[in-house]
Design a protein around this ligand. Structure first.
Ligand code: C2O
Ligand code: CU
Ligand code: CU
Length: 485
């Protein structure tokens, strides 16, 4: 059954006793004037296909595109235009679909009123192309830059600014890169699904960050409208029995998507750095900001039924788990039927990393003490006692294998992201990880720790690591790794 009373809007009361729900109250107060569930009826829309970047180069090994960061009107809520910051006028920005070994050449122009850069999240690019302030002067308003690098790994990646990212990404600056490999298994019909949330006023405008409220200074900006490929209430038509492969990325500033499929299993076949070794059947998949999943959903049911991919409540600290579950995508079953092919038992090899020569610890902490523009105290987030940009960089050497231990000493979860290299998680919360996978972003639960192995292969230079809750990164939880020759 499709529920009609749930979208959009995020500040519905929880089942827990109201006096304990202070964060919920703070969210509610922050959203006075924001659009609420009662005054907007959902308007189901077909899941939009992403706009595609056109390859301007006849050479099949070069994918050449123009990318312009520009202010443009979009329509998240039907009939209520939102002034967004976009790549080429759309949110999400254009999809780049290319092949392993292709060279991507991007002619980028900044038509925003402030400086920006583009970071290629998850792609193993030369450090000078990584779009961070460590390696590149921000591109001024009116300026241009040429990004150029070879696509090395099959998988789903995304791009976004690395300057004032909490503001710039929230306003709509993100796009997706889908890199195809040569010998990938055939897994059936596929859709790219970009999940985001936005904090909107009832007239459709973005809530100004100075108005977002003190709780969101702490937790990061959590929107009241969930978006799938730029629209709320997206619907995908399928035949009974049909299977769809969703390539999903979470581009939200802070929201964790805690995905369930009505108790039915979902088949996880890939994560950040491409395919897993073998498929995994899961009833719940947590997708934290920056992460990607490659997941198969099987539409078992009768014609006329609607199956919902839900975002279930998730407590990531400071009472963030109060929201009711809401659908992020509805699968509507049409007449007809389809038979899905077998999923191969083995998808690819992920060679193990071993023999770390260096162990490092990164301790995540938070404290009150910063100052916001509006005069109130805001939290500062630190790694090993230092808040970016006042940090000591970590020095390593090319080809070294290291073990990193992330010690989360805060109440909140933090999605830890490393640029430039994939890593393999070996344990989380003291539990040994048994499935090997290539990751670039991973959740570290509050008051918990996580270990991974990483090899600094063939990419010397300065690389950032940070929490991918963008408000946390911009308030100090970011560091620098220098990989020397
Ligand atoms: Cu999406 Cu520094 O990263
Ligand atoms: Cu990144
Ligand atoms: Cu964080």
């Amino acid at each position: 059954m499709v529920r009609t009373d749930e979208m959009p809007g995020g500040s519905r009361p929880s089942r827990r006793p109201p006096l304990l729900n202070l964060a919920g109250l703070a969210f509610t107060l922050a959203l006075v004037g924001a659009c609420s569930p009662s005054n907007s009826k959902p308007t189901p829309r077909a899941l939009p296909e992403l706009a595609r970047a056109e390859d301007l180069n006849p050479d099949p090994k070069i994918f050449e595109v123009n990318l312009v960061a520009q202010v443009a009107g979009v329509e998240y809520l039907p009939g209520k235009p939102t002034k967004a910051w976009t790549y080429n006028g759309t949110v999400p920005g254009p999809l780049v679909e290319a092949r392993v070994g292709d060279e991507l050449l991007v002619h980028f122009r900044n038509e925003l009123p402030e400086p920006t850069t583009i970071h290629w999240h998850g792609l193993r690019v030369p450090a000078a192309m990584d779009g961070t302030v460590a390696m590149q002067q921000p591109i001024p308003s009116g300026g241009s830059f040429e990004y150029r690098f070879v696509l090395k790994d099959a998988g789903l990646y995304w791009f976004h600014p690395h300057v004032r990212s909490d503001e710039q990404v929230e306003r709509g600056l993100y796009g997706v890169i889908l890199v195809r490999g040569d010998s990938e298994p055939e897994l059936g019909a596929e859709r790219v699904l970009v999940l985001d949330d936005v904090l909107l006023n009832s007239d459709g405008s973005l809530v100004d960050s100075s108005q977002m409220g003190s709780m969101m200074e702490m937790t990061g900006r959590q929107g009241n409208v969930l978006l799938a490929n730029g629209v709320p209430d997206a619907v995908l038509d399928l035949k009974p029995g049909e299977r769809v492969r969703l390539r999903v990325v979470n581009t939200a500033n802070a929201r964790y998507f805690n995905l369930t499929f009505g108790g039915r299993p979902m088949t996880l076949v890939g994560v950040d750095g491409g395919l897993l070794e073998r498929p995994r059947q899961l009833e719940r998949i947590l997708l934290t900001p920056g992460e990607r999943i490659d997941v198969l959903l099987q539409a078992n049911g009768q014609a006329g039924e609607v199956l919902e991919l839900m975002n279930a409540p998730y407590e990531r600290g400071h009472d963030t788990g109060f929201e009711q579950q809401r659908p992020v995508l509805r699968l509507k079953l049409l007449e007809g039927s389809a038979v899905a092919t077998e999923v191969p038992a083995s998808l690819r090899q992920v060679p193990p990393l071993s023999g770390p020569t260096q162990l490092r610890r990164f301790v995540l902490t938070e404290e009150m003490g910063g100052h916001a523009g509006h005069g109130s105290m805001v939290p500062i987030f630190k790694i090993n006692g230092e808040a970016f940009p006042n940090i000591t960089s970590v020095q390593s050497t090319l080809n070294a294998v290291e073990e990193w231990e992330i010690v989360n000493d805060t109440e909140m979860d933090h999605p830890f992201h490393l640029h430039g290299f994939f890593f393999q998680v070996t344990s989380a919360g003291g539990v040994t990880e048994t499935e090997r996978a290539w990751k670039d972003t991973v959740n570290v639960r509050g008051k918990s720790n996580l270990k991974f192995l990483v090899r600094f292969d063939d990419h010397p230079g300065t690389w950032m690591y940070h929490c991918h809750i963008l408000e946390h990164a911009e308030r100090g939880m970011m560091g620098e790794l220098v990989v020397g020759p």
